[in-house]
Design a binder for this molecule. Structure first.
Ligand code: ADP
Length: 552
């Protein structure tokens, strides 16, 4: 249960241990020394596979640090990246933070307006970009006045040809002439190391500024067996992008644990991932459910899994029973559910089963496996009601999920307002239950929950139930005004084929899965459900589209 601290008692005696700051650069320097021949393999954007050892990457990182100083980058400056998961992007993570500057990863799926907004808001001084994004850079850098240099993450032979990019440098030329040694300074571990903006489904994107300390403590957590259990025996392929919350910490945790990394570059479709995992002997991988659906289709086509694949971590959105069953029963690949968010560096909970659940038959285990999981050490969790009272961890009471810990946001970049509760917790905007064993389950986003006559209906549960209908390809549920109940659910669907089940037919199907009073009052068909930059349903767009809709 939640613990609160009283003021420090008088007479405390300081410990007598060294006060060495936790700085991320130490991770790569450590790997270069103790895991010197461990590999970072990249499917480059240009095409070929490139292999670097941690020792070689460390040497290149030092060249880059010298080059950044040469470009005039100073401590506290923001250096932007618009890049896939690659070795070069990882070198940027380390060199930029190592010189005391801040690596600002930009999500290339943002709209032009959002990209311009965050380039200006962050006041980035240099932009490094992969060739895939050359057009976006040519278009969106107009008006980004703080940018002093733009660097294409490639070599001279692949320099972009667009006239608007005639001034760009290339990465390999930039680092070529520099020494491969750099004396990285030592500074306070609370210094900022990287910056990532939330996807801004409501209002403008907000910058989350990660400190060295937060990233280091998060890495320790990622390596433990309760989370990803990384080791020297692993070859990990992070599908989750380095432009979205540090690829769930993998570029830091891998060198910490001596695990090999396989970086997929720009090709994230099922066949490309399968081929890379298979040839590179990937043992574990991390990504959102849609990625695993695509890989599943390829595994089914080929009738086998990538040969060494043992386990996948699924987060970013809820995993379905179908996906867990297919991976585990058809192919013998373990699936672990996880939850987190940009504001949490991102890891919050991971689902590993306690021994008592392992003895249960599979169908009884499943409800437990579908939960998002138990807190990772370092993250405190609680749920509260509307008035802020803490609710019991009984697995039934659903409330506002709040978190606290050393890798959780305190304030957004350039914002004076505190996003925390009066007693210092961060409200995640999720609605969840926590069971007596500590397993947390998200039931909805607070802003998406449908408040019908004072009771809450989970839009997520309704969507998942609707998706189980054989004729439904995609589904979203929003609350619409109702004269008696205030709000009632409107189900919005994309049909798989020409058949469009009626509201009565859908409700006859849904009533087997959800309480009767949850059944949607109306059903509308659309050609596509709008998705945001991180692949999540944009309910704000749907609310706008159906703003005049009334349920009664
Ligand atoms: P944003 O898209 O707002 O930047 P993030 O990418 O940081 O958000 O994602 C955080 C949100 O994603 C969480 O608050 C939660 O709503 C959702 N989410 C993340 N993991 C899961 C999961 N395993 N199950 C359900 N929802 C999840």
């Amino acid at each position: 249960m939640t613990q609160t601290r009283t003021a420090a008692p008088p007479g405390l005696m300081p410990g007598l241990m060294m006060d060495r700051p936790l700085l991320v650069t130490q991770l790569l320097s450590f790997a270069a020394q103790f895991h010197a021949d461990t590999e970072v393999v990249t499917r480059t954007v240009e095409g070929p596979i490139e292999r670097l050892t941690y020792a070689a990457m460390w040497a290149r990182t030092q060249k880059l640090a010298n080059a950044l100083i040469g470009l005039g980058v100073k401590p506290g400056d923001r250096v932007a990246t618009l890049a896939w998961n690659t070795g070069r992007h990882m070198e940027l993570y380390y060199a930029v933070a190592g010189i005391g500057a801040i690596c600002h990863t930009i999500n290339p799926r943002l709209s032009g307006d959002q990209m311009r907004y965050i380039l200006n808001h962050a006041e980035d001084c240099v932009l490094f970009f992969d060739l895939t994004f050359a057009d976006a850079v040519a278009e969106n850098c107009k008006g980004a006045n703080s940018l002093k240099a733009r660097v294409a993450l490639t070599d001279a032979a692949h320099k972009p040809a667009q006239p608007a990019l005639s001034d760009v440098l290339t990465y390999e030329e930039l680092i070529a002439g520099h020494a491969d040694t750099f004396d990285f300074p030592e500074f306070d571990e609370n210094t900022a190391a990287s910056l990532c903006y939330t996807s801004g489904t409501t209002g403008n994107p907000k910058g989350v500024l990660y400190s060295h300390r937060a990233l280091m403590l998060h890495s320790f957590a990622v390596c433990t067996s309760a989370t990803m259990g990384l080791s020297v025996h692993d070859r990990a392929l992070p599908v989750v992008p380095m432009f979205h919350v540090n690829a769930w910490g993998m570029p830091y945790a891998a060198p910490m644990s001596g695990c090999n990394l396989v970086m997929p570059g720009a090709k994230l479709d099922g066949p490309s991932l399968f081929e890379l995992m298979d040839t590179e002997g990937v043992t574990c991988s991390q990504g959102v459910p849609t990625v695993w659906m695509a890989l599943l289709a390829t595994m089914r086509e080929k009738g086998r899994k990538p040969k060494a694949l043992q386990r996948v971590l699924v987060g970013g959105a809820a995993v379905s029973e179908m996906l867990i069953d297919a991976f585990e029963k058809e192919f013998g690949v373990a699936v672990n559910h996880a939850w987190g968010m940009t504001e949490m560096t991102p890891l919050g909970v991971v689902n590993t089963l306690k021994p008592k659940f392992l003895d249960q038959p599979r169908d009884q285990q499943m409800p437990q496996k579908l939960k998002q999981g138990r807190a990772v050490y370092g993250v405190d969790l609680r749920i509260t009601d509307e008035a802020g009272h803490v609710l019991p961890n009984d697995g039934k009471s659903a409330g506002h999920l709040q978190v606290r810990g050393p890798w959780i946001v305190k304030r957004y970049f350039k914002s004076e307002e505190t996003p925390l509760t009066v007693d210092g917790w961060f409200d995640t905007g999720d609605i969840a239950t926590i069971d007596p064993d500590g397993y947390m389950q998200i039931t909805d986003r607070a802003k998406d929950v449908i408040k019908s006559g004072g009771e809450w209906i989970s839009s997520v549960d309704l969507e998942n139930a609707a998706l189980g209908h054989p004729q439904i390809a995609a589904a979203a549920v929003i609350g619409v005004p109702h004269s008696k109940w205030l709000e009632r659910p409107l189900l919005i669907c994309v049909a798989k084929g020409p058949e469009r089940p009626s509201l009565q037919e859908m409700n006859a199907f849904l009533v087997t899965k959800v309480p009767k009073w949850w059944l949607p009052d109306a059903l509308e068909y659309v050609t596509a459900i709008p998705l945001g930059a991180t692949g999540k349903i944009q309910k704000t767009k749907l609310r706008e589209q159906f703003k005049d809709f009334r349920a009664g």
